[in-house]
Write a protein that binds this ligand. Structure first.
Ligand SMILES: [Mg+2]
Length: 126
């Protein structure tokens, strides 16, 4: 399984959307959107706008508000979630917020325009 950000990543990269849909239900969407600031249905609407459905993912994970509001904890959060789920790769457009957590838990952080992100999505089960 690979973890993939939404805003600036899946929202802006149709080629990643196609790769996710090609392996329906195998990957995980993870977003720093917090439920109190962005109601879950807004994410569903925004996913639908780029051709994605919650069923395209094994899991869709929103950030808890108490972490989203803590500048130290939010930097570790995606790395921690990936680690807890046994996920080794995070595809995300925002390195500044995610690098610390990925470094701490040895998660490979890839930018959506990095060819390696596409390769890993294509060969995710190898
Ligand atoms: Mg993003």
């Amino acid at each position: 399984m690979i973890a993939i950000d939404f805003d600036g990543t899946l929202s802006d990269c149709p080629y990643l959307v196609e790769l996710v849909k090609g392996n329906k239900g195998k990957h995980c969407l993870i977003t720093h959107r917090a439920e109190m600031k962005h109601p879950p249905y807004q994410l569903i609407y925004d996913m639908e706008a780029v051709g994605l459905d919650v069923d395209d993912f094994e899991a869709v994970i929103l950030c808890p508000v108490w972490i989203r509001n803590d500048t130290d904890k939010v930097k570790l959060w995606k790395g921690e979630v990936c680690h807890s789920m046994g996920i080794k790769t995070l595809i995300d457009d925002t390195f500044a917020v995610n690098q610390d957590g990925c470094d701490k838990y040895k998660i490979t952080l890839l930018h959506p325009i990095d060819d390696e992100a596409k390769i890993r999505l294509l060969e995710w089960d190898k």
